[in-house]
Ligand binder design. Structure first.
Ligand code: SF4
Length: 200
C-alpha cells in the first residue's frame, strides 16, 4: 500500500484528506465512478488517518491562502479530529475552510455549529440540487431527511460562521442553477456554481 496523501496543494491552497466516508453516494463522485483522484493525487485511504499524522503532513498553514478540509469523504463525520486540526491551523495563523455536505447536525443529532466557532472561517456546503427528488436521484443519501437537513444547516450556519457558500454543479441532469442560487439567497448565504468533474 502506498503512503496515503493526507495533504495536497492546488494553487495557493492546501487541502486535507481526513476521511473517505460519507453518508451520500453521489452518482457523480469519482470515488464510485472512476478513481478517488484529484489532479495527480490519489486520495485513497486504507484507514482513518491519525490527527497528528494530518498535522505533520500539513506543513505551515500560514504559507497558504487557505487550508481546506476536502477529500472523497465528509470531514464532519470526524468532528473531533477536524476540530483539533482546525485549532492547530488557527493557532498557526491559517485560514480554515470546510467543504461539507451540510449534514453534520443530522448525523450528530445536535447543532454542532457552535463547536466550529473560532476554528472554522468558511463553509462550502454542497447543496447540489434544488429539490429533494433530484437530491435523492443524484446524491442517494443514506439518512432520511438529508435534503431538508442540509437546507436547515445552511440557514443556521451564518449565525456562527463568517463565510458560508452553497454550491451546486452545473451540468447535472435536472439541476437548475438559478433555483439553487435562490435557495441560497433565501438563507442569506453566498452561492457558487461548480463545474462537473472540477474539484477545488
Ligand atoms: S459527498 Fe462527496 S465524497 Fe461523498 S459521495 Fe458525494 S461527492 Fe463523493
Amino acid at each position: 500500500m502506498q503512503t496515503p496523501v493526507l495533504a495536497y496543494t492546488i494553487g495557493d491552497k492546501r487541502y486535507l484528506n481526513i476521511t473517505d466516508r460519507c453518508t451520500l453516494r453521489c452518482t457523480f463522485c469519482p470515488k464510485y465512478c472512476t478513481l478517488p483522484r484529484v489532479h495527480e493525487f490519489d486520495l485513497s485511504l486504507a484507514q482513518r488517518p491519525e490527527t497528528d499524522d494530518v498535522i505533520n503532513a500539513l506543513g505551515n498553514p500560514a504559507d497558504y491562502r487557505e487550508v481546506v478540509f476536502c477529500g472523497f469523504g465528509e470531514p464532519t463525520l470526524r468532528l473531533g479530529p477536524l476540530l483539533e486540526i482546525a485549532t492547530h491551523i488557527k493557532l498557526h495563523r491559517g485560514r480554515v475552510r470546510v467543504n461539507t455536505d451540510g449534514l453534520a447536525n443530522l448525523v450528530h443529532k445536535r447543532n454542532v455549529l457552535p463547536e466550529l466557532v473560532g476554528k472554522i472561517d468558511a463553509l462550502s456546503v454542497s447543496m447540489n440540487t434544488q429539490n429533494e427528488t433530484l437530491y435523492q436521484q443524484h446524491c442517494q443519501p443514506a439518512l432520511a431527511g438529508s435534503f431538508q437537513a442540509m437546507l436547515d444547516f445552511l440557514e443556521l450556519a451564518p449565525d456562527y460562521i463568517e463565510s458560508v457558500t452553497a454550491t451546486a454543479i452545473d451540468g447535472l441532469e435536472g439541476v437548475n442553477i438559478e433555483a439553487c442560487r435562490e435557495l441560497a439567497t433565501q438563507r442569506k448565504v453566498a452561492f457558487r456554481k461548480r463545474v462537473l468533474d472540477i474539484v477545488g
